[in-house]
Design a protein around this ligand. Sequence first.
Ligand SMILES: Cc1ncc(COP(=O)(O)O)c(C=O)c1O
Length: 428
Amino acid sequence: MATIKERDSKVIWHPYTPMKAWPEAIAIVKGEGLYLIDEDGDRYMDAISSWWVNLHGHSHPYIAQKVHDQMMELEHCIFAGFTHEPAVRLAERLLEILPANMKKIFYSDNGSTAVEVAIKMALQYWNNKGFKKKKLVALQNAYHGDTFGAMAVSGRSIFTEAFTEFLFDVEFVPFPAKGKEGESIATLKEILQKGDVAAFIIEPLVQGSAGMYMYTPDVLDQYFRLCRKFDALIIADEVMTGFGRTGPLFACDQIDTMPDMVCLSKGLTGGAIPMGITACSQAIYDAFYDDDRMKMLYHGHSFTANPTTCAAALASLDLLLTPECEHSRKRIETAHAAFAQSITGNPVIKDVRQMGTIIAIELNTGSTAYHSNIRDMMYLFFRERKIVMRPLGSIIYILPPYCITNDELQHIYDTIKELISRLMAHGN
Ligand SMILES: Cc1ncc(COP(=O)(O)O)c(C=O)c1O
């Protein structure tokens, strides 16, 4: 009997994978807490929460039980003209913890669609109100997803290169790197002053895919206040930062000014089943509440508010909102901080940055390109040591499920230190 790995290469096309160079995938047969277990019985530590989705560990029995129970009751039903308890309850519970001005929940399927919905809401909001505001503004190097609208508001990069001519124009503001915050804020102001900006979309406090680049809550608050002043809508893309990754439940909780829309996905269901959400303020909703049918939002996916997925999200919230989970996040934050201190100043390290449970180490290795040799070397280094890592160019990061223990964290830190020693020995 052929292995899963062998059968895979005959029929599967993997995401973000150069299939010629990387034909082989590791076949996972079981998930257990921090671990992914392959068909040979090898146990991999999932240091990046499987692309940042997993919050409480794999195959969590509590989430699994709730999903099973919901499946037996109502697995799915159309969400136009019909509703159900899991969708209503999830919306009620999310609105309790989201920024206070969020009043309505629109369901979709993933992070990219949550962003698409927000973009459509923003553009149609102004149209419905009779204003000619059509410009979207984003941060340079942002990543908001892979569908066309989401690509358009993302930085132009190798991810978008093949599609550049099909992407609508977006104005980009320089990233507020340390010492360059003033320049970035001034650029946003200059753009907003023209009065034609429909919305500003941003990954609050951490640009994930760009390389876990972080900036201060003060800068975020200044951006938001400028948008308020010049009447541009604010879309906070919390697809990665949501559900405690940066410390508090949402990155936006670290500032006073509130966004008009919040995009959620990834950790929303604890990483168990895909789901996207676009939360919005009453003002946004009201602009679509009209006798004129042309003012409604023409958007919806077949699996909108799937009850089974809602059950997973409700179960994940039960776990997330316990004091134990909050304690775990603080424990991870403290451990990361001590590790950061222990490696700072090393000549092969360009920068160490941390926020909440996210830590990133940028290496001084010449090329920072997504497909650089150093990136592949590091990926294989961790894979051989049974740690799931996907370096972003020369940047390695840990973004673990909250169930990770201090010993498991220490093992990952020690492996990173081994890599650093090796790089030093090779004169990098
Ligand atoms: C900030 C942000 N927005 C949107 C997305 C897209 O989410 P998805 O991959 O679920 O479409 C991502 C994915 O990494 C993300 O990090």
